[in-house]
Every structure is written in C-alpha cells, then in structure tokens.
Design a protein around this ligand. Sequence first.
Ligand code: NAP
Length: 333
Amino acid sequence: MEYRFLGNSGLKVSALSFGAWVTFGDQIDEDLAYKSMKAAYDAGVNFFDNAEAYAGGQAETMMGNILQKTGWKRSDLVLSTKIFWGGEGPNDLGLSFKHIIEGANAALQRLQTDYVDLIYCHRPDVHTPIEETVRAMNQVIREGKAFYWGTSEWSAEQIREAYHIARRDHLQPPTMEQPQYNMFHREKVEGDFKPLYDEIGLGTTIWSPLASGLLTGKYNNGIPEDSRLSMEKYDWLRERLIESDSGQRKLEKVKKLAPIADELDMAMPQLALAWCLKNPNVSTVITGASKPEQVEQNMKTIDMVDRMTPDVMRRIEDILDNKPEGADDFRAM
Ligand SMILES: NC(=O)c1ccc[n+]([C@@H]2O[C@H](COP(=O)([O-])OP(=O)(O)OC[C@H]3O[C@@H](n4cnc5c(N)ncnc54)[C@H](OP(=O)(O)O)[C@@H]3O)[C@@H](O)[C@H]2O)c1
C-alpha cells in the first residue's frame, strides 16, 4: 500500500481506503462486512469511512462491532464519520452547533470508539452560518473527539470562507474535502478546487471512484441481479446513472475503455481506480464493495498505477472528452 499525506496535514492515509455507503446495513450483513473490511486491512488500508446517515446509523454500528471483533490497534486506523442527516427531529439535520456536538457523540457511541480521526460536514447547510459550524467543529476537536475536520460536497467558496473564519479566530481550519471524483465527474477536483491545494493545503478523500459500479463495465449489457443499481432503494441512482441520455453516453464510453484495460492486463475497476490515483491532489480514493473478492481485486490496483503511462492517459482522455476548463495536464507527466 502507498500512504499519502492528507493535504498539508501530518496525517497519512492509505491511497486506497474503504467506505460503508449503501453496503453496510442495507446490502450486506455483518459477516460479509467483516470479511470486506479484513480484506482491505490486510491489503494495508488504514482509512475506513462512515457517516451518521448511512443506513440510519446501522453502518456505524456494524463497523463498531467489527472493530471490536478484530481488535485492530486503534492508532493504526484512521476512522471517520460525517454529520448532517442525523434523524427526523428539527435539530437532527444540518450543521448547527447543537447537531454537530450531539451527532458526533452519537456516532462515537455507535462506532464504540472515543474519537474519530476525521469528521466531516456531510453537505453545506445554507441555514446555518458557516461561523457557527466552524466553532462547533473546533469544539469537537478541542474535546478530543476528532483530530481533523473537513467538508463534503462544499463549493470552493464555502471551504475558503470556513478556512478564513478559522484563521481569523484562531480556530482549527478545515483540512480536507470529500468530493465525488471519477472518470465522469471531474469539475470540482480538477477545476474548482485547483487553487485551494496550494492556498490552504486542502486534502481530498474522493468518493464513488467507480461511479457506483458503472465504470466496472458490469452495466454494459443490462443490470445484474445482485448489483447496487438493482436495489429498489436506489432507483433514483439507476435513473441518473444509466437510464438517462447522459447515462447511455457514459455506458458507450465505458465500452470504449475496455480494450485499453485488456491491453494493460487490468480489470475495468482497476483501470478506473488507477486513473483516480494518478491525480496527485487526491489524498485517498475511498472504495466501496459488496463482496470481499471485489476488495481484493480493487486493492491490487496499487501495484498497477505505473501502467498508466502518458500515452495511456492521453488515449483515455480522448475517449472521456470531458477535461474541465483550466485543469492541469498532470496526467501527461
Ligand atoms: N461524502 C459523500 O457524500 C459520499 C457519497 C458516496 C460515497 N461516499 C463514500 O465513498 C465510498 C465509496 O463510494 P461508492 O461505494 O459509491 O464507490 P464506487 O467504487 O463508485 O462503487 C462501489 C460499488 O461498485 C461495485 N464494485 C466495487 N468494486 C467492484 C469490482 N471490483 N467489480 C465489480 N463491482 C464492483 C460494488 O457494488 P455492487 O457489487 O453492489 O454492484 C460496490 O459497492 C462510500 O462507501 C462512502 O464511504 C461518500
């Protein structure tokens, strides 16, 4: 495994990490979740991602039970949670001081740990002043319940504002952002956030590197029965990802990428993950899996990144044809 610094912090995260969305609590049971986490850990993964919203808290409970069972040393792990969607009550939602403190405490109980290493604002909250959120995150860190805080799906402007408030008031600034990033979703990571990598030392823990499985090629000829997009609860995702016109265009591109993967002796998921790993502004690629075999296949990617030569990257770019305006051409390096 390769370990990368999380932005300009001193924390090292495994370049490939593992998260619980969709799977833990909704799709797989604790035994399968344990086997998947163990496969990730055995491959050198130290960062495990979670959120209070995942399966209504069940994903954290499951991960907490698994961590108890494994007895892995706490200091070897980087655990996270994300706060925003905490329940049905008027104060269970969003980024108020109250919900951040109460949401963090409840997540720690479910995860059966005294602290998470990373805590995120799972979305921006237009109803709460960013200053209130910065103060709350600072408080969580002061109490030793988290070490670093960050954002997820915030705009560059919102991140910059939080950073400057924190600096002005001598509070802990955000360290990392958790954006979607994959071959089909590049605007923020390669475009909007570009100045922030130097300006504030922003780290990125990117999600859905396989576009929920689209980039594995498994949806090229229909929807396999045991796949994410066959789940009723994720009808909205299926419509967005493959049934829309843009989804159909993406599927065509996936088909065109397959010969490149073959030529490099890589599986399609490995090609898509290696493409994300090539970006030096990505601190860690958070993978997801419904089966331990997928984890094993995905983790092998770490030894394949050097197959992504400038020529290969250019051929992929030609197929994708979606490079954001002003994005660096680091891929040719
Ligand atoms: N901050 C946010 O808002 C946010 C949002 C989403 C996710 N996340 C985080 O990012 C993590 C990863 O996101 P994601 O699960 O959407 O990632 P993804 O890599 O895009 O999709 C993972 C899914 O693809 C399929 N898959 C994975 N490896 C495969 C392989 N080798 N062969 C065939 N199929 C494979 C599996 O689904 P099936 O087997 O069921 O088809 C798996 O559950 C989440 O767990 C979560 O921690 C964060």
